[in-house]
Write a protein that binds this ligand. Structure first.
Ligand code: GLA
Length: 375
């Protein structure tokens, strides 16, 4: 008997703007990119699930008794767990092979790409016929309730719903989304990885979520979408200073997403850059999720006339900066930023050029995973 063997792939993402808004009923503007997690799943006899990751090594667990191991394998286990919880799926013994070109911990959403790649492969293998909504909801639940990171829906949504050459403008309150064409003309998105590694589950991320919630409840509201900036200003004295600043970030960041969508639609990349810079200030000072290394990359990029704007990207506490840069100048800018960064911190920054790409999918044959380093 030939055993079934399924290949799938899910993309990483950048987020143009809208950070720490997705768990606050806000707006986000992610783009799926040409960096992927690729998974091959095949059935095997018995109840055991064996996972081989090119980067991380191996792990093995019992499909009938899934418990957390507090390492990379929890993303795979979480997907198996959520299928049992949500769909009462009887999982067979399996072998799962993983390879990835999404750098980990850089804010490019490697964990959501892994979750979604595994989910899409299992959906096909077990003929579950999950809807797109089930896919991103289940993948998020795996991360929230199994891995323990209380993330919003942006990353899983992007991996399931991404569209080639488009950004996704998503309202995480109504879950209405719109694809915004990405024609960057003479510009490109550049990602500069600080090399400082975050771990979202380490607690700061979940703490920000609690603080944002606390501020909201302190103002007698149930959604940030019902809170205006003038209400927040009037109620300033009712809140602890840091809770006031958390709320200020969320309200102003939502406005910046709307402004950025307008700038993208009118190809005004100068303005888009300005909103990115304002977003960084807000994330660094009001939401307090940046760090010295990332702030210094932003400062270096601000000195470059070919960069219209930049900001920290993703959950924060390290990771990457996203910049809008004139395409012709990217090599020169990269060199200068990398050299100055090394002089200041003794660390190598990596620069990635990312191209917009589509959504998670089943592959007939596995792609050759191209190992690409930064510029
Ligand atoms: C991480 C989370 C997302 C989102 C961002 C910050 O990437 O997974 O849900 O909250 O941080 O915008």
């Amino acid at each position: 008997m030939t055993r079934k063997c399924i290949h799938s792939l899910a993309p990483g993402r950048i987020n143009i703007i809208g950070e720490h808004t997705d768990y606050n009923d806000g707006y986000v503007l992610p783009v799926t990119i040409d960096r992927y997690v690729q998974v091959t799943v095949s059935e095997r006899q018995g109840d055991s699930i064996r996972v081989f990751s090119e980067e991380e090594g191996t792990c093995e667990f019992d499909s009938q008794a899934i418990s957390r191991s507090n390492n990379w394998c929890d993303y795979v286990k979480g997907i198996c767990w959520v299928l049992k919880e949500e769909k009462a799926v009887l999982l067979p013994g399996m072998e799962i092979r993983i390879s990835s070109t999404v750098p980990q911990g850089s804010g490019l959403s490697s964990s959501a790409a892994l979750e979604v790649a595994v989910l899409v492969a299992l959906d096909e293998l077990l003929k579950l016929e999950l809807s797109d909504q089930e896919k991103y909801t289940f993948a998020r639940r795996a991360e929230n309730d199994f891995v323990g990171v209380k993330c919003g829906v942006m990353d899983q949504f992007a991996a399931v719903m991404g569209k080639e050459k488009h950004a996704i403008f998503l309202d995480t309150q109504s879950m209405h989304h719109e694809y915004v064409p990405l024609d960057l003309g003479d510009y490109a998105f550049m990602v500069i990885d600080s090399g400082v590694r975050h771990s979202l589950s380490s607690g700061e991320y979940n703490r920000r979520r609690e603080e944002a919630n606390f501020a909201l409840r302190g103002l007698g509201k149930t959604s940030y979408r019902d809170l205006t900036i003038s209400e927040l200003l009037t109620a300033k004295k009712k809140l602890k200073p840091e809770h006031y600043r958390r709320a200020m970030h969320i309200i102003t960041e939502n406005e910046r997403v709307l402004d950025s969508v307008r700038s993208l639609k009118s190809s005004n990349f100068e303005n888009l850059g300005r909103f990115l810079l304002q977003s960084h200030e807000s994330l660094a000072y009001d939401y307090e999720v940046s760090c010295d290394e990332v702030d210094s990359i932003v400062s270096l990029l601000r000195e470059e006339s070919s960069v219209t704007g930049c900001r920290m990207m993703g959950g924060g506490f390290g990771g990457s900066v996203i910049a809008v840069c004139e395409t012709d100048e990217i090599d020169a800018v990269s060199e200068r930023v990398k050299n100055s960064y090394y002089e200041s911190f003794g660390m190598n920054a990596r620069v990635f050029l990312v191209r917009p790409d589509g959504k998670a999918r089943i592959l007939d044959t596995p792609h050759l995973v191209e190992r690409r380093e930064g510029l």
